[in-house]
Design a protein around this ligand. Sequence first.
Ligand code: HAM
Length: 421
Amino acid sequence: MPRQIAAPRGTHDLLPEDARSWERLEGLARDLANRYAFERIDTPIFERVELFARGLGEATDAVEKEMFRVSGPAASDEQAAEWALRPEPTAGIVRAYVEHGMHVQPGPLRLWMLGPMFRYDRPQAGRYRQFTQWDVEVLGDPGPMVDAELIELAHRFYAEAGVQNVVAHLNSIGDATCRPGYRQALVDYFSANEVRLTDDSRRRLATNPMRVLDDRLLDPDLAAGAPRALDHLCDACRAHFAAVRGLLDALGLRYELDHRLVRGLDYYTRTTVEFFVAGREGQQQALGGGGRYDGLAELLGGRPTPGIGFGIGIDRTALAAREQGVADPEPTPLVVVVSADPDAFEPRLRVAGSLREAGLRVRVDGSSRKLGKQLESAAKVGARWAVIVGEELERGMVVLRDLTAGEQRALPLDEVAAAID
Ligand code: HAM
């Protein structure tokens, strides 16, 4: 027998038994996007490597270590170097915004996307090589109100998803005015303590010193004494952050300041945020995250446009919901259409069609077995009801059988939907 083929490491099949909880989360995402007046955008799953290198930053894990390269059939090295599967959606959305001149539309623009992202990371619980994000972005709004509005939106998503005890970790990492001073303060501090850094951090110190704070192996005492971004904000960034906090406080939204929250991508400015179930703040456990990126559009060749957004990990939210025992929604009752005449295929299909038209969830028995056998397998596939098609169909009648109670009665076909609760 040929050998079986396994799914690639770090991916997971969404099997029917898990699909209902996913559909619930995806449905909630779509519904909330509508309630918050966001419009859908879809960008390609692969983009030019240059977009990510420039947008997210060369010295980020996503670009440096985790890029899935894509090549055409010729598979020349040149092509493989050209495209990559998207590690995240923001760069592609801002590219589309710039490419299509969307700045001329009455703004601010509010966009959402739902789809798979790819990072060639070491797979572990909650960290996959292919995962799904619900992403929202607002372009053209300098805040601070929208910063609070988006944090409120994320909190509402988790609350309506049934995930309890979610806390936002919050920081502000400044802008082009104050960031250079903060970076220098970090370089000075960590250079003086270089022997206590991991190899990774020593490398980052030269390329991307803020990411040293992101190193989960960083000595906790060293981390605690590190310069804080909030102490280095310029007046404008400080005022912005104070206003965001003021709004969150007034709305009673739960957050904690997190001085190490610098985020893994270079495009961020000012507000940064990540969402956790309180007490589960390990590196792989963020249920979502995002922040402001006021310089990104310009970096991608557009005009200066403030931006802010977040991505919610659907995989991790589904895991958290399951851990917290959130029940999946019940499917609508299943009906199976069977017939007394084992070969009455056409009438079965016709009846199934009209029940489906009435909105019912319907399977048709496709076998030529006796009625008793058809009813048995209807019960096995979980049907609550069977509709038995017989000669009375000529008069527009069928028999509706309650498979749980074992009772049945004849009624007009067009009354079946109303008879099923
Ligand atoms: P991110 O923090 O890299 O941000 O990802 C957002 C969320 O996606 C994470 O909090 C997590 O729930 C989920 N996620 C990330 N990587 C994985 C993985 N390997 N396996 C499973 N889930 C994962 C961004 O991607 C930004 N684009 C968010 C944003 C939007 N910032 C501004 N706008």
